[in-house]
Design a protein around this ligand. Structure first.
Ligand code: FES
Length: 167
């Protein structure tokens, strides 16, 4: 009876702790794999449940106090692609996006005009096209005053080229 538990002559049984270590190691690998799979599953679930919405910057922005714009000036607001123009009569806001193919125009004070660098369209500071392939004038944008006296531009609302904000 006791011979059944003894190894054949010349062979040694591995200590019991070595087999236990291997089993523990495999258990840990299995647990780690399950953990990675669970994290991946949760990420997929969160992505599925999250609304598929494109967040865009607001189309209305405050442009500061009217007095920060000198009379007879054209100011390019680079992060909004808008010109704020002030004349003796009042103020207006113009889109700086060329109506030809959408390039960003540039104010050229030395020539007193707005020019498109792409195909040569030119505009007055009223937005009127004077040269080039642009099919329309630069759009005038809604320009109003907030309750606390700041300029408010709405890039989604175009207005007549005769609209003036008197300040
Ligand atoms: S995009 Fe301005 S002229 Fe073509």
């Amino acid at each position: 009876m006791s011979e059944a538990h003894n190894p054949p002559a010349g062979m040694e049984l591995a200590p019991e702790s070595e087999g236990s270590n291997r089993r523990d190691f495999l258990d840990k690998i299995a647990l780690a794999s399950l953990g990675v799979a669970a994290v991946g599953g949760v990420r997929v679930l969160i992505g599925y449940l999250s609304p598929n919405v494109l967040f865009e910057p607001p189309t209305r922005f405050r442009a500061g106090a009217p007095d920060s714009y000198p009379v007879n000036s054209v100011t390019f607001i680079a992060d909004q692609l808008v010109y704020i123009v002030r004349s003796q009569q009042g103020m207006w806001a113009l889109s700086a996006i060329c109506t030809h193919l959408g390039c960003i125009t540039q104010w050229k004070p030395e020539a007193n005009m707005i020019a498109c660098p792409c195909h040569g369209s030119k505009f007055t500071k009223d937005g009127v096209r004077t040269a080039g392939p642009a099919p329309r004038p630069l759009p005038h944008l809604s320009l109003t005053l907030t309750a606390d006296g700041e300029l408010l531009v709405d890039k989604l609302e175009t207005v007549s080229e005769n609209s003036l904000l008197r300040v």
